[in-house]
Write a protein that binds this ligand. Structure first.
Ligand SMILES: Cc1ncc(COP(=O)(O)O)c(C=O)c1O
Length: 402
């Protein structure tokens, strides 16, 4: 079937976090994203959460579960298709052989990520992250009583690469025991090559640093780009795990269903030993099976639509705001926008976008407190018309500086 992603689906009154900010901001200032006020005209583009309908097979599966009329405890172990569907998906779409007994269900990505992080980094120890990177990593690391050790990526005119010398230096400190890697890398959109992954894993292997590779954005790729799962290019499968999920790929983050892939038997046994038994909802189990068994057609179409949005936005900003630098991301649906050429302060950039244009993005400092000043992250998986309105509003408040 042909999906219609152009029609705007109203998400208000459906508990959507990004579309309920007006209400949520009355409960906590945290939800204002630093804007002076939120109203019915505010366009939220800050969360990695699609405003595009999910695949029809997933919607049908949700109806089937709803029609059971009972929603008690459930277990993904009861249906082998929970595992075989994931194996099929990764083999067919990414050429990655995963076995059913290498998969661990997780309540959201952070369920298993937190469990494994605590196994490999005791309080006080350092956890390496490659800023600018998904801000939750360093925020949680600090909450856990660990130090976020920032191995800044190198910004080559908007194309980011890994600083191996700095990584080697940080990894060789015995207090730094874990790396949280991100592939594709949110927010800069790099899809790491086999060579880059191999080098990172070699350095970590040499210094006894364990790697959690967060790959939840792995299905959202620009046409022609190939994703390399960390475990297919690393030097030792016993020293790393990959995290994947239906959350970002199929717009199903509200079901809190992710998975760790662990491709070493000993490591698998070590991780599950004290892992609290997961209790995914029946919607999550049925949703994952439907998505991974039957989601190909939708995925091909949604990624094509997102590519179109990204290209439209990049062309628009090149015309209307030539000073803002955006490099086309290889993966993810995030644009990493560099406003430094305007010569404004971070606060001034923020004020123009969030208060004058009434569009909510995410401040760069969320992902990189040191070098993220005057950067913004914009998530563009929405109907083209909404994207156009948001971009035009942003351009209009920078007209005086064109
Ligand atoms: C790289 C990355 N990991 C994890 C998450 C959160 O995933 P979950 O909601 O499944 O915990 C996000 C959400 O944006 C993300 O971008």
């Amino acid at each position: 079937m042909r999906y219609d992603f152009d029609t705007v689906i109203d998400r208000r009154e459906t508990y959507s976090m990004k579309w309920e900010l007006e209400r949520l901001s009355r409960i906590s200032p945290h939800f204002t994203m630093g804007a002076d006020h939120i109203d019915s005209e505010t366009i939220p583009m800050m969360i990695a959460d699609m405003d595009l309908q999910s695949p029809k097979p997933v919607i049908d599966a949700m109806h089937r579960v709803a029609d059971h009329m009972m929603y008690g405890y459930s277990s993904h172990l009861a249906d082998p298709r929970y595992f075989t569907s994931l194996c099929r998906w990764f083999k067919d779409r990414h050429g990655w052989e995963v076995q059913p007994d290498q998969i661990i269900n997780s309540h959201g990505t952070f369920g298993v990520l937190t469990h494994v992080a605590h196994m490999y980094a005791k309080p006080g120890q350092g956890i390496i992250v490659m800023d600018p990177v998904y801000g939750h990593f360093s925020q949680d690391i600090e909450k856990w009583g660990n130090e976020a050790v920032r191995c800044h990526l190198v910004n080559n005119d908007g194309y980011y690469t890994i600083n191996y010398d700095l990584l080697e230096q940080q990894a060789s400190d015995p207090n730094n025991t874990l790396l949280i890697f991100c592939n594709p890398h949110n927010p800069v959109g790099r899809v790491w090559t086999p060579e880059e992954i191999r080098k990172v894993s070699e350095i970590c292997e040499k210094h006894g640093v364990f790697i959690i590779s967060d790959e939840v954005h792995c299905d959202i790729l620009r046409k022609g780009v190939k994703y390399t799962p960390f475990l297919t290019a690393c030097v030792n499968k016993a020293n790393a795990i990959c995290l994947v999920g239906i959350n970002k790929s199929f717009n199903m983050a509200g079901l809190s269903c992710s998975n760790a892939v662990v491709q070493d038997q000993g490591l698998y046994a070590h991780i599950v030993k004290d892992y609290p038994a997961p209790l995914p909802s029946p919607f999550a189990v049925a949703g994952q099976i439907a998505a991974y068994e039957e989601g190909d057609e939708w995925m091909d179409q949604v990624t094509e639509y997102i590519d179109g949005n990204i290209d439209w936005a990049i062309d628009f900003f090149a015309q209307e705001m030539p000073k803002v630098k955006i490099v086309r991301p290889q993966g993810t649906y995030c644009l990493w926008m560099d406003f430094r050429a305007y010569g404004l302060t971070d606060k001034e950039v923020h004020d123009r976008i969030y208060n004058k244009a009434n569009v909510l993005l995410q401040d760069g400092i969320v992902h990189d407190p040191i070098e993220g000043q005057c950067f913004q992250r914009m998530c563009v998986p929405c109907a083209r018309s909404v994207l156009e309105t948001a971009c035009r509003r942003i351009a209009s408040v920078f007209q005086d500086l064109k």
